[in-house]
Design a protein around this ligand. Structure first.
Ligand SMILES: Nc1ncnc2c1ncn2[C@@H]1O[C@H](COP(=O)(O)OP(=O)(O)OP(=O)(O)O)[C@@H](O)[C@H]1O
Ligand SMILES: [Mg+2]
Length: 301
């Protein structure tokens, strides 16, 4: 029996969340905040924390530096029952994202630091042998990993693992093709804008159809509207849940965790997307990505 249900691969670093009068004005203007929270961030780390909270045996492969942000990251992961498999940070400092957060929008300033340090060779056969599923997050922040990901997913599948990918946004705006990777991806988890940018198509139905032809299940997050899914034999949608939104940081990552927890416990896509949409919504009830993540009892069925 595999040691881990899920191996998450990608970014882990603190997020500094600032709320209040957060649109910076230069000219040495001092602005007052209403809240500041230093919390666990990184799409992969938040997804891993969500998976662990939903009862999956979860490992995270991430590069973390030997510094105060790295120590904080390790401690937060340990508190959340995520086994950190630390990769070589190549001397870089641990990254950080400063999130300037308003109710319905946010701006982010990211120091990548160790985030791009992961290499394809870090995802060893030995590691893959320990897991049932491998999920990769924040692809466009990790060009070195991206260059070998098609091979990693092909290898994972040959070894009997299933695969999933959430690229998240491409800050460079290049949207390099990931078609080679998607050929070995069981579940692709973009938001609506990412889905259209990656395919270069207008309209989410057309964009999803172009990917489903290759056998991938496309699960698209759509903010407060919830989510939709398309797979070779069908399609479905699920609403989010109305909640008092405090901060949407990591909603997409908590969504991913809900989806993976359902699928890895044998549930069909239609049930998995319902779990995912609720898990995404519930995560917005508190500041940061992990403070209000769902427990199994919060989810339908
Ligand atoms: N304002 C909201 N109210 C209720 N639910 C929400 C809200 N925003 C997001 N959600 C829930 O969280 C899920 C994922 O959110 P979203 O669509 O913002 O993903 P994303 O763009 O990938 O986010 P991230 O920035 O974390 O990558 C949605 O499908 C929905 O279920
Ligand atoms: Mg996202």
């Amino acid at each position: 029996m595999a040691e881990f249900d899920v191996l998450v691969v990608g970014d882990a670093n603190p997020d500094l969340l600032l709320r209040g009068d957060v649109r910076p004005r230069f000219g040495q203007a001092e602005q007052l905040l209403t809240a500041a929270d230093l919390v666990l961030g990184g799409s992969a780390a938040i997804t891993a924390a969500g998976c662990a909270r939903l009862g999956l045996r979860t490992a995270l492969l991430a590069a973390v530096g030997e510094d105060v942000f790295g120590e904080l990251t390790k401690a937060e992961l340990a508190k959340r029952d995520v086994t950190l498999l630390a990769a070589d940070g190549r001397g870089a400092p641990t990254g950080i994202t400063v999130v300037l957060s308003e109710k319905d929008d946010r701006g982010m300033l990211t120091l990548p630091g160790t985030i791009p340090a992961l290499r394809p060779a870090d995802v060893t056969d030995e590691l893959l042998a320990k897991a049932r599923h491998v999920h990769v997050a924040s692809l466009y922040l990790q060009p070195a990993l991206a260059s070998g990901l098609a091979g990693i997913f092909r290898n994972a599948r040959q070894r009997g693992l299933t695969t999933s990918l959430d690229t998240n946004w491409d800050p460079a705006g290049k949207w390099e093709s990931i078609m080679e990777i998607l050929a070995f991806t069981d579940v692709f988890l973009p938001n609506a804008n990412e889905l259209m940018a990656i395919t270069g198509l207008d309209g989410t139905d057309a964009a999803a159809a172009s990917l489903v032809d290759g056998g991938t299940t496309v699960v698209m997050k759509d903010g407060a509207r919830g989510a939709r899914a398309w797979w070779p034999a069908g399609a479905c949608a699920a609403p989010g849940r109305a909640v008092d939104v405090v901060d949407t940081t990591g909603a997409g990552d908590s969504f991913n965790a809900g989806f993976l927890a359902a699928r890895l416990s044998g549930r069909p896509v239609a049930e998995a997307i319902a779990w995912a949409a609720v898990a995404g919504s519930l995560s917005t009830r508190a500041a940061g990505g992990t403070a209000a993540q769902a427990f199994r009892a919060d989810l339908p069925g």
